[in-house]
Design a protein around this ligand. Structure first.
Ligand code: HEC
Length: 189
């Protein structure tokens, strides 16, 4: 019984096998991340300009999920953001994302840059081949307004009201804030 549990846990955390994905899949993932990241940045930038940080908070709250759904819907991929310290509890990582992000954190501690870290693999999930792409999102200066160590008290209150389980405060520039996470189920062979 104990052996069975150990094997089952292992299957979730470390897939029995993983293979290198095709260059086409990787290129498509990079393209989607650029489109998604670009839309998020544009929405955030114009929101800060017009409504300040508190207005931008509403945009992050309402627009971020809409943008993710748009990109996912158009492409047939699942496209989202996740974090080891999520603001939105719905963005908490699955076991695979957690494992990859923990490996990124270890690499950043050894001197690599968050902006350079990405992982692409085809893994087995319940007997299906699934392409998984995880790309680290660095914390930039503009992010500190809402994710940094000195978030304005009124803003913090609004964040807490929207996200009672918020963990996404206290980041420093250069930290990995989270990751883009993309998933595509591949046709059975
Ligand atoms: C105006 C405030 C604000 C700013 C500035 C901001 N964020 Fe966020 N961030 C939020 C909110 C609100 C959410 C939750 C969105 C949701 O409900 O999906 C969030 C969620 C996220 C998530 C998804 C995972 C999670 O924690 O829920 C990531 C990743 C993220 N932000 C990264 C960044 C980065 C990188 C920057 C700088 C480029 C940034 N944020 C700037 C408010 C902000």
């Amino acid at each position: 019984m104990r052996i069975w549990i150990a094997a089952a846990t292992l299957a979730v955390v470390a897939p029995a096998w993983a293979e290198a994905p095709s260059p086409e899949l990787k290129a498509k993932a990079v393209e989607l991340v650029q489109a998604y990241g670009g839309k998020l940045k544009a929405a955030l930038g114009s929101a800060i300009e017009t409504g300040g940080a508190e207005g931008a908070l509403e945009v992050c709250n309402k627009q971020a999920p809409v943008i993710a759904a748009e990109i996912s819907g158009d492409s047939g991929w699942s496209v989202a953001r996740t974090s080891l310290k999520p603001r939105n509890a719905a963005s908490a990582p699955d076991a695979y994302e957690r494992k990859i992000m923990e490996s990124f954190v270890a690499r950043i501690a050894k001197g690599e840059k968050a902006a350079d870290l990405a992982s692409a693999e085809v893994v087995d999930e319940n007997g299906q081949k699934v392409f998984r792409f995880v790309k680290a999102i660095p914390t930039g200066e503009v992010c500190l307004t809402c994710h940094g160590e000195n978030v304005a008290p009124e803003l913090q209150q609004k964040i807490k009201a929207l996200y009672p389980q918020d963990q996404a405060l206290g980041f420093r520039e250069g930290d990995m804030r989270g990751a883009f996470t993309l998933k595509k189920t591949l046709a059975a062979q």
